[in-house]
Design a binder for this molecule. Structure first.
Ligand code: GLP
Length: 241
């Protein structure tokens, strides 16, 4: 696990962007795993700027998102499809047919999960997976207790996660109770992992990540078993007083 310390959120976003740009230049048909939440927004803005400066093209890039809420369709402003379209895809030259996100409105959720796994395989697996981290260490929506060999699945959200994410919804009651998420096993199959961590609210998560052995009570610790991980962390998230 290589740790890259950034001065602040902007610096972290720039550094992570530079890393991804170099990967897309090496492999223009990169299979990129994407994350939602507040953390990667700055990264996406930097990627848009790189595209607008004619520095990179996403024409051949394929993306797979980590997760989606069950029950929200892509027109719902709180769905992760809507988030990705508005924060990134609408502003770059990516072929939207090559942007995959689990369908939270699928009639048969179990089948949707299986198909998602098969689709990732069909594209040769994920080259580079971007991750954020929840305060309780969740990655994607893999909550504490998720087995490290889990695959894309239907899960119930932890109440603490629903509460943390309720800031985007009119009220807590509007936050879905379930989601589809890539499993930890799915995430660990990515050839490379980039974890982005920013802000004082993540200090405890950073402390646990750096001190604990891999254990299922702290899902993010799974990445310590992966051979190629880069953690981009800003000083606010790192400081512990
Ligand atoms: C959500 C997402 C995660 C994300 C986490 C942290 O629950 N499913 O993928 O990492 O929130 O979000 P934030 O970056 O807003 O702190």
């Amino acid at each position: 696990m290589e740790v890259i310390v950034a001065k602040n959120y902007e610096d972290m976003s720039k550094k992570a962007c530079a890393h991804i740009v170099s990967r897309i230049k090496e492999k223009p048909d990169l299979v990129l795993g994407l994350a939602t939440g507040s953390t990667p927004i700055g990264l996406y803005q930097n990627l848009i700027a790189e595209y607008k400066n004619n520095n990179i093209s996403f024409r051949r890039v394929v993306t797979f998102n980590l997760d989606e809420y069950v029950g929200l369709d892509g027109n719902d402003p709180n769905s992760y499809r809507y988030f990705m379209d508005h924060q990134l895809f609408n502003h770059i030259d990516i072929d939207k047919n090559n942007t995959f996100i689990p369908d939270g409105t699928a009639e048969n959720i179990e089948e949707e999960c299986k198909n998602y796994e098969a689709l990732i395989k069909k594209f040769g697996g994920i080259d580079l997976q971007i991750l954020g981290i929840g305060r309780n260490g969740h990655i994607g929506f893999n909550e504490p207790g998720s087995p490290f060999n889990s695959r894309t699945q239907y899960i119930r959200l932890a109440e603490s996660t629903r509460q943390a994410n309720s800031r985007f919804f009119p009220s807590l009651d509007d936050v879905p109770t379930h989601a589809i998420t890539m499993g930890i096993g799915t995430i660990l199959e990515a050839k490379e992992i980039l974890l982005l961590i920013s802000g004082k609210g993540k200090q405890e998560a950073v402390r646990r990540l750096f001190t604990e052995e891999p254990n299922e009570d702290f899902p993010a610790s799974a990445i310590k078993t992966h051979p190629k991980v880069f953690v981009f962390v800003d000083e606010d998230a790192l400081a512990s007083e």
